[in-house]
Design a protein around this ligand. Sequence first.
Ligand code: AHR
Length: 490
Amino acid sequence: MRIIINPNRSVGTISPNIYGHFAEHLGRCIYGGLWVGDDPEIPNENGLRSDVVGALKRLHIPVLRWPGGCFADTYHWRDGVGPAESRKTIVNTNWGGVTEDNRFGTHEFMELCRQLGCEAYFSGNVGSGTVQELSDWVEYCNMPGVSPMADLRRQNGREEPFNVKYWGIGNEAWGCGGNMRPEHYADLCRQYSTYMRQYSRHKIFKIASGANVDDYEWTKVVAERAGFAVDALSLHYYTLPRDDWSHKGAATGFPREEYYSVLQKTLRMDELVAEHGRILKKAAPNRRLGLVVDEWGAWYDVEPGTNPGFLYQQNTIRDALVAAINLNIFNNRCDTVVMANIAQTVNVLQAMVLTEGPKMLLTPTYHVFDMYKAHQGARQVETYAETKLLNCGDWQVPDLHVSASEAADGKILLTAVNLSDTDDTPVEVLLAGAARASGTVLSGAPGAHNTFDAPETVKPAPLSGIEAGDGTVRFTLPACGVAAVEIERE
Ligand code: AHR
């Protein structure tokens, strides 16, 4: 199979934010996964698990979205500030009806972002909150001088403003965020945005609640009516093996057709980003109205025996391919996608890490984010892959999926996915001046995964047998394989 890399053509710089994440008050994502408070059994720094934070730090997470998801439109931020013992206990009505005692709030989340070295992305409550409440949250976080909210922040132990840059105006306003019509949401979005003030030279970036999958009408109406009041609109698209939310399909032990259905449905992200992007461009021809894919990833039936409201699922080589293909798509469309946030970071949906008490494992998806991280901030470059089609039942996918970027030092990073579940593929890369290359590969059976007893079943290995010289790089990409290849030119 031949891949041509043309560094003379580029659609732009790959925003590091494309490698963003999402952590919701859902199941064991925050409590148990990230936050353990003063649990003496689990080493932590200021209540945050040291093993999980250490693993996530290696990914260079640029931005983390919080507190939801659907939870965000039931969240009242004042419940989560001030002395922990006097915080309000509420019911998490979206996710399992569990008790939420607000031990993890604004200050704890900002401490997590500090430890990770990432930007915060707050999802504001529009569905059940008020304009004043969201306006106050921005003031609480970002006001440097004297004001009622800045004084309250100081009273709660934080002198300097947090300077939270990214603010979502509601979440899934078409669904759990209020079941609104786009016309109604667009008006609310304008109103909320008006009172989300700029308090210092740190410019805030406002994100409107965008469409579900291919609801292009939502994007059109919101962009045309409220686009001037925001910097971007979001998009949510999850990959399910089957078109049935009650029987989505299993995370492991799935039939072959569901390997291919998941890959074909993942590839649909390309068409969705392109079409929503076209609408945004038309609605705002003279400025950049970005697309923020702030929820994406694979969604399966929960692991047997776990709380259905906790969305805990295993993560296999199939998920590594889902991550790799989506990230290739975002890289290749970085002129449209300004941020993306995989759902979710720990113990929920397509997670980076899974935990069980004090144990932690890295998922195949984690390894893909690690292998791809050098794309962050690099210049996307054009690629062409000579593919052939693979068929399985009703499903059809190309055998190869790629993206490439050029770093500031001129090195090229090629990331390539072999979608075949049976055939290793010899790859020949044509790149003018290619002289040296090395790489890493992640592969296995489609359902291969890590468990707490065998946490290293799936892990990256050096790409052996790679050859480079005279403008050509050759290697073999194993079946169900993801490779990251660094190429140096003369
Ligand atoms: O990520 C899980 C849920 O999926 C989020 O809370 C919601 O926004 C979406 O429907």
